[in-house]
Design a protein around this ligand. Sequence first.
Ligand SMILES: Cc1cc2nc3c(=O)[nH]c(=O)nc-3n(C[C@H](O)[C@H](O)[C@H](O)COP(=O)(O)OP(=O)(O)OC[C@H]3O[C@@H](n4cnc5c(N)ncnc54)[C@H](O)[C@@H]3O)c2cc1C
Length: 310
Amino acid sequence: MQYDIIIIGAGPAGLTAAIYAGRAGMKTLVISEAIPGGQAMLTEEIENYPGFSSSVKGPELVENMHKQAKKLEIDFSCEMVKEVLKKDKGFSVKTSKGNFSSLSLIIATGASYRKLGVKGEEEFTGRGVSYCGVCDAPLFKNKEIALVGGGDTAVYEASHLLKFASTLHLVHRRDRLRATKIMQKRVLEDKKTVMYWNSVIEEIYGSKLMEGVKIKDVKNGKIQNVACKGIFVFVGIDANSNAFKNILKTDEKGYILTDENMKTSLEGAYACGDVRKKLLRQISTAVGEGATAAFCAQQYVEELKGIAYK
Ligand SMILES: Cc1cc2nc3c(=O)[nH]c(=O)nc-3n(C[C@H](O)[C@H](O)[C@H](O)COP(=O)(O)OP(=O)(O)OC[C@H]3O[C@@H](n4cnc5c(N)ncnc54)[C@H](O)[C@@H]3O)c2cc1C
C-alpha cells in the first residue's frame, strides 16, 4: 500500500505528527520499534509539561497521545526501520518485517542516552537515576546528589544542579575535565562541589528509592560509599539516525539538520524531536516540532498529488 506519510518513531514528536497528519486526512502509517511512547515511558514524573499544575506520569501522558492518535484512521506497526530509499516520487522504507512506501516521510526516532551499565542503574532510573538536569533538578532541592561526566554537557548541568543540591559529588574517570575553563572554574570553586578524580561509579544502591553510590578510584582500586538521593549521568547521547545518514545531512554527531519548518536536506523528508540538531531536547519542544513537520508534509503531499492529478 502507498501511504501519504510514513512517520518513523512514536515518542511525543511522532505521536503529535500522527495526530496532525490523521486529522488532515493523510493516509498515515506510524512505525515504531517499541511500544508507542518513546523516552517518556521511562519517566516517572514530568513536572515541566504545560497543562498539569502538579505533575503527570510520563507513561500516562504518552499513552493519552497514543489514544488520541488511534481515534483517527492511522495505521500503527511495531518494527524497526533499517533503511530508507528515495524513489522517484516518494520513499521506500525497509523494516525488520517488510517494505512500505510513502510520498512523504517524517523522522521522529529520538535519541538515546548512553548508560553507565552498572548495577542498579536500570532499577533506579526515574527513582534517583536521571539523564536530564533540566527535567529533574528541582526534585533534588537541598539534597545530596552525584553527577558523572566531564564534558561540556556534564559541567553545564553541574552548574545548573548546584542551584538546587546541598552537595554535588562530581565523578570523572580522568584527572581533568574536558569542558570549557570558565564553566569548570564555576563548578570546581563552588563550595558545594566534592570532586572525585580518576573515579567511576561501581554501583547504585537503595531500596524503594536510590540511597547512594559506590565510587571506585581507578588508580588505587579503593571503593567508597557515598549516600545521595540522586545521580545524574552525562556520558553522552546518541541520535537514533543510523538508518538515514546515507540519504540526508546530519551534523558530525549524527543529529539531523533541518530548517525551521523541519525540512531536511532531502525533499519530502522532515525530522522532528530529539533526533534533530537543536538546543533543547524536551517533550514540549518535540510536540511543537511534530505538529510543524506534519503540517509541512501534508502541504508537500497535496502539492505532489495536485501535480500528479493534472
Ligand atoms: C529519564 C528521562 C527523563 C526525562 N524527563 C523529561 C521531563 O521531565 N520533561 C521533558 O520535557 N522531557 C524529559 N525527557 C526528555 C524527553 O523524554 C524527550 O525530549 C522526548 O521524549 C523526545 O521525544 P521524541 O519523540 O523526539 O523521541 P523519543 O521519545 O526518543 O521517541 C523515539 C521513538 O522512535 C522509535 N525509534 C527509534 N529508532 C527507530 C527505528 N530505527 N525504527 C523504528 N522506530 C524507532 C522509538 O521506539 C520511539 O518510539 C526525559 C528523558 C529521559 C530519558
